[in-house]
Design a protein around this ligand. Sequence first.
Ligand SMILES: CC(C)(COP(=O)(O)OP(=O)(O)OC[C@H]1O[C@@H](n2cnc3c(N)ncnc32)[C@H](O)[C@@H]1OP(=O)(O)O)[C@@H](O)C(=O)NCCC(=O)NCCS
Length: 170
Amino acid sequence: MARGTRTFAIRSATHEDLKAIVGIYNWAVNQTFATIDSEPLGTEEAAAWWEAHGKRSKLIVSTDDGGVIGWARLFPWNQRGFDIVEDLVYVDPVHQGRGIGRALLAELIKEARGLGYRTIVATIATDNRAGLQLHSKLGFEVVGTIRDAAHKFDRWMDITLVQLALEERS
Ligand SMILES: CC(C)(COP(=O)(O)OP(=O)(O)OC[C@H]1O[C@@H](n2cnc3c(N)ncnc32)[C@H](O)[C@@H]1OP(=O)(O)O)[C@@H](O)C(=O)NCCC(=O)NCCS
C-alpha cells in the first residue's frame, strides 16, 4: 500500500515483532493520553500479553523497509458471552499521517467479520482527536462518554466508546 512517497505492507504479527510492538506502545504510554497505562510494558508483561491472544483475537503489523512501523489488535471485549470485539491501533509517531492507521483498522474490521463478530468497539480517550477521527472515518459511531474514567499525567481523562455494527440487525 502507498500514500505519500513510501510504501508499507500489512501482515499477521509474529513473536519476533513483539519488541517493536512494545516499543511503539511504550512511546504512547510515556508521551500520550492514547492509553490510560502510565507504566511502560515490561518484558514479562509483554510475553503474557502475547500469550493472551486466543483464537478469536488477532494481532497484525504494518511494515516497511525499516521493519515494524505500526500494529493493531483485536481482542474479545471484557465480558464472557458478549459478541463484541475491541480494537487497538498504534502507529509509530514518525510514520503517522501516512494512511497506516486507516489501513490497519480496515484490515481489523475485515478480520473481525471473518472471526464472526457482530460488533466491534474501541474505547478512546475523548481528547484523542486522531483516534476518534480514524474510527469515525471508518464508520464507527459514538456510543457514549464515560467521564473521569482514568487518571494520568495529573489529570482525569474521559473515555469515549465507539461502535461499528458488522451485521445488519434482522
Ligand atoms: C490514531 C492513529 C492510529 C492514527 O494513525 P495514522 O496512521 O496517523 O492515521 P492515518 O494517516 O491513517 O489517518 C486516518 C484518518 O485519521 C484522521 N487523523 C489521523 N491523524 C489525525 C490527527 N492528528 N488529527 C485529526 N485527524 C487525524 C484523518 O482524518 C485520516 O482520515 P483520512 O484517511 O480520510 O485522511 C495514530 O495517531 C496513533 O498511533 N496514535 C496513538 C495511538 C492511538 O491513539 N490509537 C487510537 C486509539 S486505539
